[in-house]
Structure formats: C-alpha cells, structure tokens
Design a protein around this ligand. Structure first.
Ligand code: ZN
Length: 312
C-alpha cells in the first residue's frame, strides 16, 4: 500500500505552537513594548511553527485526496435537498437505533483519538489506495477556545494542531473524527462532517457508531427546527425521537430554545461569510449540507462505494 507520512511536529509540542506564533508577538508587545527582545521572541516562535508547517506541506504534496463526487455521487456543489418528511422519519428511526444500541462507555480522549485516527486512515485508504499517516495528538486548551466560544473543537490548518474544547457524551468521538479529518487534509467542513460520519458508522465499534448516530440525529433536529413554521423547542423536538432518558439529556443541551433558533450571533455570521468566501455553502454545511450529502449519496446512481456506508 502506498503510504504518505505527515510529520505534524507542531502537534507534539508541549504548548500549541499556533498559540505561541499568534500570541507571542501580542504578549511581547504588551510586556516589552515593540522592542528588540519582543521581536526576537516573535520571530523565534513563528520560525518554529512555520518550519513544522513547511515540512508537513512538503509531505502533503504526495497525497491523493478523495474525489467526493466520483466516490459518493455528492459534493459541496452537488447536493439534493432531503425532503422534510424523510427527515422526520429518519429522526424516529435514529431514536430507535440509538435506544437499542445504547452504551454508557466513555473511553479517554487519548484512546479515542488513537482508535479514530486509525479508523480514518483505513477508511480513506480503502477508497484512495493510499495510507495518509498523521499524528493523533490532541489538546484541550488553545487560544481558539476563547476566540470561538461556541465551537466544540478546532484544527489549525497550517500546523494541524487540534483541540477538543469539551468532552460531550456521546458526541466526543464525532468531534474528534471531524478535527482529525481536517488534519488529514480535508479542510472543507462538509467533507470533514461526511468522512467522520462514514468512517465511524462503518467502524463496527458501538461507541463510535453511537457518536455518528447522535451527530446525525441532533443535526436533523436543528434543521427541522429551522424549517418548521411553528416554533419548536428542545422538548418538542425530542418528542419526535422517542429517545431513552440517558440520551435525551445531552442531546437537548445542544438544541436552541424555540425563540433563539432563528437568531445568529455576530461571530457566527462572520464565520458563515468566511466559509462562503472559501467555496463552501456556509454554516449550513455542518448540518443541512451534511445531511443532504448523506441523502444524495444514498440515492446516487452509481457511487464507487456501497451506499450502506451512509446507513442510519
Ligand atoms: Zn471543522
């Protein structure tokens, strides 16, 4: 098997180098003024960070990325909207499947990252015939946590540095898988969402399958909430699922109250715009785009991989 190793040296540093590169110039300016020592600190940290990024970039040139349209019959610019009736049916079925397959197991973040990274490597290699080997190091604290208070995780596309801000049972494996997809070079949000789901759903591991289904279910509930003519709060939305109590609690916590569902904050609007400028459909790629992708793939004429990969 063809193999490409992305060194990801920055991900093994004791502190997040993207924070040092970003933060050191600011901090040294505050503490030292824009004097020579301040500039030396900034130049040294930025140099280390850029050195690691340059080695990764060099290795990445040999990567053969997945062609989403050819493999799944769907991509960011080729999505069939899933009918609302099918969404509601899917929500009921996901509720039953989550109830039947329930597991309370919560492996550590470190173990999950290792297992999931390997699963992603295998899933992608089965499609492209190439193993893209990446680091499975993750952090819990970076500057991004304070810059993006609503985010659950982050990946710095230059250094590949990943942070998971909150461990949220049963969703953590999906958050991790999403960020680890970015590290493997899939920078578009829809691609990271879809690959994370497909790799976890086909893993055969109850913890990973549960996370994939929980992600799909709560994204569906968010879309149903936005599409509904009458305001729906978490309680009404959860009634559509028939979920057991162990899962109701966490999932209701990720849903907005009825009167806030239509509002988007300043940071969210800014992020939506940034996504559109980079050739994506905006924040909807996380939920509606992701779900329409699975729908389009499932109904595609002749995808290169079996459509049961996108099973509920
Ligand atoms: Zn992402």
């Amino acid at each position: 098997m063809d193999r490409v190793v992305i060194p990801g040296k920055a991900t093994y540093a004791k502190v997040s180098l993207s924070d040092v590169a970003l933060g050191a110039p600011l901090l040294s300016r505050v503490l030292l003024g824009a004097t020579l020592p301040g500039q030396v600190v900034a130049a040294a940290s930025t140099g280390y960070y850029m050195g690691s990024a340059a080695r990764d970039w060099f290795a990445r040139r040999k990567v053969r990325p997945i062609d989403f349209r050819a493999t799944f019959g769907a991509d960011i610019d080729h999505l069939e909207p899933q009918p609302d009736e099918a969404r509601r049916w899917e929500v009921r079925r996901l509720g039953q499947l989550l109830n039947d397959g329930y597991t309370a197991e919560q492996p550590s973040l470190e173990l999950l990252a290792e297992v999931i990274n390997e699963r992603l490597t295998d899933y992608i290699a089965a499609i492209t015939g190439q193993e893209v080997v990446t680091s499975h190091q993750v952090r819990s604290v970076t500057l991004a946590r304070y810059l993006m208070p609503q985010a659950l995780g982050s990946c710095d596309p230059i250094s590949g540095d990943i942070a998971v801000f909150q461990e949220i049972f049963p969703l953590t494996p999906h958050i991790l898988a999403h960020e680890l997809c970015h590290r493997k070079g899939y920078l578009m949000e829809l691609h990271a969402q879809a690959l994370a789901y497909l790799a976890l759903r086909t893993s055969g591991d109850p913890v990973l399958v549960q996370a994939a289904r929980a992600e799909r279910l709560h994204r569906q509930l968010k879309v149903i909430q936005r599409h509904s003519d009458t305001p729906l709060g978490p309680v009404e939305l959860l009634q559509l699922t028939g979920l057991r109590s162990e899962l109701r609690g966490p999932i209701s916590g990720w849903l907005a109250p009825a009167d806030e569902a239509a509002q988007t904050g300043f940071m969210a609007r800014l992020y939506d715009r940034r996504m559109r400028l980079s050739g994506q459909n905006g924040l909807s790629d996380y939920d509606e785009g992701f779900l329409d992708f699975l729908w389009t793939f499932t109904h595609a004429d002749d995808p290169a991989v079996p459509t049961h990969h996108a099973a509920l």
